[in-house]
Design a protein around this ligand. Sequence first.
Ligand SMILES: CC(C)(COP(=O)(O)OP(=O)(O)OC[C@H]1O[C@@H](n2cnc3c(N)ncnc32)[C@H](O)[C@@H]1O)[C@@H](O)C(=O)NCCC(=O)NCCS
Ligand SMILES: Nc1ncnc2c1ncn2[C@@H]1O[C@H](COP(=O)(O)OP(=O)(O)OP(=O)(O)O)[C@@H](O)[C@H]1O
Length: 283
Amino acid sequence: MKRLAPQAVESRLHQLAQHATDCLIEEVNLTPKPGLVDRRGSGAHQDLSLALMERSARSLTPTFYALAQQCWQRPADIALRETVGRLGREGEQQMMAATDGVNTHRGAIWALGLLVSAAAMQGGEANSAQLCTRAAELACLPDRHAPKTFSKGLRAVHRFQVPGAREEAQQGFPHITQRALPQLHRSREAGADETEARLDALMAILTSLSDTCVLNRAGMEGLLTLQRGAQAVLLAGGTSQAAGRQALQQLDSAMLALNASPGGAADLLAATLFIDRVSIATH
Ligand SMILES: CC(C)(COP(=O)(O)OP(=O)(O)OC[C@H]1O[C@@H](n2cnc3c(N)ncnc32)[C@H](O)[C@@H]1O)[C@@H](O)C(=O)NCCC(=O)NCCS
Ligand SMILES: Nc1ncnc2c1ncn2[C@@H]1O[C@H](COP(=O)(O)OP(=O)(O)OP(=O)(O)O)[C@@H](O)[C@H]1O
């Protein structure tokens, strides 16, 4: 690993934290997303808004910075896992303080927190596969201090016997490496503009993610509706095509009718944008 001067390290740590926050802000501003908060409004959410999501994203920069600082050029071991867990939980408290108790970004703190940590472990230089592998190593390690509390995500994982946020990270974010990033690149190369390419990447995640946010609100039927709807957008040529945009509009209406929204997929899209920004290109 390269040895950087202290000032260069400091600037890289700040950059990683700022990129993570920027990706959250870009995710929420991406429009139109099915059922999610975007520039048009709150989607299927009563307690969320664009302004609240942006405030929440900004409150997380110090958490991402602390994660990067603690993880800089360190190997994945239990001590580091426990530090990351503590900082992640403190980040959740920062978020809750900034939003008056509304859960805006719990899943995003988890995914982006692990990826910021992974980028720092690699000394700020890694390709997407290395980033996801390092993040998975951390996610697989036990954290003695993790509270054994009830969560909506765990309830869905047990009830429907599907992988959730924890498993996605432990498996090295397959929805990012095998779906979202390849789709993002394919759509860009096919001439889609950046908004269309990002929406297509979101659709690619949605085609197979077992999003516990959707399962909790709309059950397995709701999740299947979402997965088929996203597939229809991509089969119609993606959101750069009129038929693809129309399929997306139908999917949005279906999600609003089900009062459901794929918050987990939105988190993974933000994480995809982060990897796209910080990783060394290998494709
Ligand atoms: C693993 C987490 C997300 C808790 O998972 P759990 O399923 O119990 O949680 P909860 O219902 O609170 O939140 C789940 C969130 O994950 C996202 N999500 C849902 N489904 C999925 C999925 N299939 N894949 C990825 N993300 C998903 C959604 O945003 C959802 O709101 C996390 O909050 C956690 O354990 N944090 C502890 C602190 C820690 O160790 N942090 C380290 C990194 S900073
Ligand atoms: N643009 C977005 N719009 C909506 N949700 C998003 C967006 N981006 C990320 N999310 C994620 O979605 C999650 C919100 O999901 P959900 O509403 O299911 O959470 P909850 O408050 O725990 O549950 P509920 O609202 O069903 O009571 C947030 O934790 C956040 O990680």
